[in-house]
Design a protein around this ligand. Structure first.
Ligand code: COA
Length: 174
């Protein structure tokens, strides 16, 4: 088994592993995100575990983010995805993936690496701490769709936009 950077032939195996790690991610989103790694090699990198039979057994995706809460530097390496298939876990392969990502980041002059894991992912949290990550914040992310508002504006034109904006700034009772 070896760990190496992304090669063009990795696409289908990489996608298979991504689907396992992020089952809720749409096919379009996978394709869009994977394209970023080919198009922006200066700010994104992929490292993979290659099994004896040529299949992939895990990956680490790393990017450069402009701002990360809790970080001291303006540009920070970010561990976007970290996955090792169950039969290979606990053998040090996950650590080697992150070390490869760290070397990539250090070679670009980045002095910090950040990451995240879901609150209920106890193993993921422990593995991060074992690798030297310290916990900074616990956040709840929110998302709200603006599609309905966009549809209203599209139907009613600028008048609708003005009305929607005035609704935003209306003070109750006035
Ligand atoms: C997290 C993950 C990538 C670790 O891969 P791995 O190959 O098992 O990791 P390693 O064997 O290299 O272990 C790295 C360190 O983490 C620790 N660790 C790994 N899994 C652990 C677990 N389940 N519980 C406690 N510690 C754990 C190891 O003890 C090791 O520390 P050590 O070297 O000081 O002993 C793997 O478990 C995985 O793919 N999990 C599902 C996806 C995930 O949760 N990703 C991370 C958050 S997005």
């Amino acid at each position: 088994m070896l760990i190496r950077p992304r090669e063009t032939g990795d696409q289908s195996e990489w996608l298979r592993l991504r689907r396992t790690l992020w089952p809720d991610c749409s096919a379009e989103m996978h394709a869009r995100e994977m394209e970023e790694y080919a198009n922006h090699p200066g700010t994104r990198a992929l490292f993979v575990i290659v099994r004896e039979d040529g299949r992939l057994g895990g990956f680490a995706e790393v990017s450069v983010r402009d701002r990360v809460d809790g970080a001291m530097s303006a540009r920070v390496a970010y561990l976007e995805g970290w996955f090792v298939e169950p039969d290979l876990r606990g053998k040090g392969m996950g650590r080697k993936l992150v070390e490869a990502a760290e070397r990539w980041a250090a070679a670009r002059g980045l002095t910090e690496m950040a990451s995240d894991a879901e609150l209920n992912n106890a193993a993921g949290l422990k593995a991060h701490k074992a690798l030297g990550f310290r916990e900074t914040f616990r956040l709840v992310h929110f998302l709200k769709s603006l599609k309905l508002l966009i549809a209203v504006v599209a139907l009613t034109g600028l008048a609708g936009l003005a009305q929607a904006a005035s609704g935003l700034f209306r003070i109750p009772g006035q």
